[in-house]
Ligand binder design. Sequence first.
Ligand code: AMP
Ligand code: ZN
Length: 499
Amino acid sequence: MAIRVYNTMSRTKEEFVPREPGKVAMYVCGPTVYNHIHLGNARTFLSFDVIRRYLMWRGYEVTFVQNITDVDDKIIKRAQEEGRSPAEVAETYTLAFRSAMDALGVLPPTSQPMATQTIPEMVAMVERLVERGHAYVVDGDVYFSVRSYPGYGELSGRDIDELEAGARVEVDERKRDPLDFALWKAAKPGEPHWPSPWGEGRPGWHLECSVMSERELGVPFDIHGGGADLVFPHHENERAQSEAATGTQFVRYWMHGGMLQVDSEKMSKSLGNFLLLKDVLAQHPASVLRMLMLQTHYRSPLDFSDSRLEEASAALERIANAVRNLEWAARSAGGGAGASAEDREALQAAVREARERFVESMDDDFNTAGALAALFELGRACNAFLAEHQSDLGQPDRGVLAEAAATIRELLSVLGIELPAAEDSVEPTADVLVLARDLAGYDGTDADEALRALLAAREAARAERNWEAADTVREALGMLGYSVEDTPSGPRLVRRSRG
Ligand code: AMP
Ligand code: ZN
């Protein structure tokens, strides 16, 4: 089965065929580093992180490039407000961006070029465009001539004449056409600037992505990603510049993520309705945030709220619990004869189906919501199995229980959701052995077995309604740092965190 990808360019899902078998070259527009990123930005970066992780898991070698826009009007303004240099502002927020991405579990890009480190290449592309008649110079500014590139508007599905009618309001005498955009801007006093054939100046924003993606990946590359708000004008302009400069296709698949919203309005700095990623991560684990975001398809809008955060946290806890119970049962099942072969096979089949549904969903334009639903269903099947067989679980069940747990762990980690490491493994302490001998008649030296004996002694005492003896065992375990938790697969020990 092939992976299918929704291509903004064709407005359909297409079979994904990379330019080179087994390899994927992808580029995702990075942040403008003038502030901490908000949750909306984080959603887009997370979506493409999951797309990249899935492609890697499917065996592709993925080269992932993301730029940092470290020279821009907003950075200059921020620097003036803070009395710092634009370079200092950019550096502060570049570091903040990297650490926030790391905290969210987003894999670092294969390469992360900076605009200010790519100036000579940008100047070269502008020269190429001027030579080919796609750009013109006015007093140290250079503009791209939109009418010189016949495909303008195709990516965003806009008609150039209609765009023009809309743009007439902001007429700029210097431009030949109101839709033309700046490739190079002459320096204003006090702004950062670099030499060029047209005088000192700085690059326009759209230019850097065209230049860096071509330099790092070559053209056409496979996937170009960003939020849907970048389709026009940013990506339309990137495409026009690149195809006009090279005369060949720029990108094979254009992918765009839906907006994160608050009360049905796009989260944005300018509306003031934003939450910073770092602040949310100070309160909630990254896995909860990932769970929340991945429960919605990456192209759909996503309404963020505290209650959705709580729901995601509960959903994650449910699946983590199922895995904990499975792992505990896989390790401790020993006493009973085991579930019937039929029931065991049914569970085996549920594991297989969950994996198939996960892959089918992800192959279908990275449907993470469907993929998670498959894992939740498997979690429910496992809980039902454990509940039904809690008294007869035995050695023969261990394999399928461990496999179910490992499958859920593996597939969640494809989505970048890492469950806590298997707990309950016990250090062989003399105290445990002494207690097990005194209270459960255990005379071996294996701490795991000793704990199981203690638990069994508690169960036996409870069965005889000898509450006092049962409590004695529970309290003794408590002194050792364990609490007893009743689960569908019977009681198990949980190591309490110290302190
Ligand atoms: P910017 O720094 O504004 O260029 O944004 C960086 C990335 O975040 C771009 O890919 C934007 O499309 C994306 N983005 C901005 N706001 C949102 C939002 N509310 N929801 C999802 N993505 C967003
Ligand atoms: Zn870009």
